[in-house]
Write a protein that binds this ligand. Structure first.
Ligand code: SF4
Ligand code: SF4
Length: 381
C-alpha cells in the first residue's frame, strides 16, 4: 500500500537564510517543487490570512515561509499569484498589514482577486455541491496551500484542510455558519471544499504556532517545525500528533479519510525528515478531549443553548472595537451593543446564538473566550 508522505523539518527561527534552507530541504525530501509545478503554469499561493495582524502574533502564515515557498514556485511556474479572503474587510489591506503583500511584491508575484468570485458547481462533491469561489482561485491552474499551525474553537485546530475556506470570498463565508451550525457538518463542508479545489501541495508554518484561544486570540509558542505533504489529512494529523492531540478528536481527520482526501492513520503515513518525537510539545494548550458535536442542525435550540459552551467577553480586555458584532452572522444578531451604547462591551443574547464562535475568532484582543455553561456535560469541551 502506498503511504502518504509527510516531511518534518526543524526550523527554530524566521531568519531568512534558515527558513529558505528548511523549505528547500523539505521540498527536496518531498520530491522537489517540479513534482508539483510545471513550467508555464499559473499557480496560486494560498496563505492563511485570518486578519492583518503583525507576523509575530502568529495569526497568519509568516511572510518568511511564504517568501521561501514562493521563490521555489516562481523558479518554475509561468505566473504566480497569491491571496486569501480574511474574516472581514479588504483582502489586500490585510495582506499588507501582515507583511505578505511586501513579501509577494518582492518576488514579483501577482495579487489574486479575492474580492469577488463565481458560483461554481462541483457535481462530484460528497457534501456541498456549489461554492462561490474567488476569481483568483478559478484563474489558477493549481493551488499551493501555505497554512498555519493554530488552535480553533469550532474545529479544534486549523491547518491544511481548513485553509481552503479562505477561497470563498467575503461575507459568503458567514452563510456557512448559518447553514451548517453543527461542527461536524461544517467540517464536512471543509473536507468537500478541499476535495473540490485539490491543492497540489501543502506547506505548514509551525515555526511559531498559536495555542489556547485561537485562531486569533491565542498565544504564540515555538513549535520549531515546517511540515510538507500532498496529503492535507496526513499533514494535519502529524501536526496534531506534535501537540499530543489524537487526530480522531479533530473531525476533519475521520471525514477526510472516509471521503478519500487523505489519511490520519499512523500506519498509512510515512514520516520523513526530522524525528517527530524530538519536536513534540505536550504542554501546548489545546483541548484533547473527544470531540463532541455541536448537536445536529434542527436540535431544539433550548437544549443547544443550555448545553453547548458559550462565548463570553472579558470586559477588562475589550477595547469596544465592535469587530465581534460585525462578525455575528445571525439576524437579529446574537451579540450587539445594548441600546446602541458603544461605550460598554457588547452583550450576548444566547438564545439566538448558534455557537459558531465567529465573534471569538475575530476579536483582535483575545477578549472572547469559550466557556462551559452550568449545564455543559463534563467532557464536552
Ligand atoms: S471584538 Fe473583542 S475587543 Fe472588539 S468589541 Fe468585541 S469583545 Fe470587545
Ligand atoms: S454571538 Fe458569536 S457564537 Fe453566537 S452566533 Fe454570534 S458570532 Fe456566533
Amino acid at each position: 500500500m502506498k503511504k502518504s508522505k509527510v516531511v518534518l523539518v526543524q526550523c527554530t527561527s524566521y531568519d531568512r537564510t534558515a527558513v529558505e534552507a528548511a523549505v528547500a530541504k523539505g521540498m527536496n525530501l518531498l520530491g522537489g517543487m517540479s513534482k508539483f509545478v510545471k513550467p508555464g503554469e499559473r499557480i496560486l499561493l494560498k496563505p492563511n490570512v485570518l486578519a492583518g495582524d503583525p507576523p509575530e502574533q502568529c495569526v497568519s502564515t509568516h511572510p518568511g515561509v511564504f517568501r521561501a515557498v514562493g521563490s521555489l514556485v516562481k523558479d518554475i511556474a509561468g505566473e504566480v499569484s497569491f491571496g486569501d479572503s480574511p474574516g472581514y474587510g479588504d483582502p489586500v489591506q490585510h495582506l499588507k498589514s501582515c507583511g505578505l503583500l511586501d513579501a509577494g511584491k518582492d518576488l514579483g508575484l501577482k495579487v489574486a482577486d479575492f474580492h469577488k468570485g463565481k458560483e461554481t458547481a462541483f457535481k462530484h462533491s460528497p457534501f456541498t455541491k456549489r461554492f462561490l469561489i474567488a476569481n483568483g482561485v478559478l484563474e489558477a491552474d493549481g493551488i499551493i496551500s501555505v497554512c498555519k499551525f493554530k488552535t480553533h474553537m469550532l474545529t479544534r485546530m486549523t491547518g491544511a484542510v481548513k485553509n481552503q475556506f479562505g477561497c470563498i470570498p467575503g461575507k459568503v463565508k458567514k452563510g456557512f455558519h448559518i447553514k451548517l451550525p453543527s461542527a461536524y457538518d461544517f467540517s464536512r463542508m471543509l473536507v468537500a471544499l478541499t476535495l473540490c479545489l485539490k491543492p497540489r501541495l501543502y506547506v505548514m508554518d509551525g515555526i511559531m504556532a498559536m495555542e489556547g484561544n485561537g485562531p486569533r486570540g491565542g498565544k504564540a509558542v515555538p513549535m520549531n517545525v515546517l511540515l510538507f505533504s500532498d496529503d492535507p489529512v496526513a499533514l494535519d494529523a502529524t501536526c496534531f500528533r506534535l501537540v499530543d492531540l489524537d487526530p480522531k478528536n479533530v473531525p476533519t481527520s475521520e471525514i477526510g479519510r472516509e471521503w478519500g482526501l487523505g489519511t490520519y492513520l499512523e500506519e498509512e503515513i510515512e514520516l520523513v525528515g526530522d524525528r517527530l518525537e524530538a519536536l513534540v510539545n505536550r504542554n501546548f494548550k489545546v483541548s484533547r478531549k473527544p470531540f463532541r458535536d455541536i448537536l445536529p442542525t434542527g436540535t431544539i435550540s433550548l437544549i443547544k443553548n443550555l448545553i453547548i459552551p458559550r462565548p463570553v467577553i472579558d470586559k477588562e480586555k475589550c477595547i469596544l472595537c465592535g469587530a465581534c458584532v460585525r462578525a455575528c452572522p445571525v439576524d437579529p444578531k446574537a451579540l450587539d451593543w445594548k441600546r446602541e451604547n458603544t461605550a460598554k462591551p457588547p452583550e450576548y443574547t444566547y438564545r439566538r446564538c448558534i455557537r459558531c464562535y465567529c465573534c471569538q475568532e475575530i476579536c483582535p484582543e483575545g477578549a472572547i473566550f469559550v466557556k462551559d455553561s452550568a449545564f455543559t456535560p463534563v467532557g464536552w469541551s
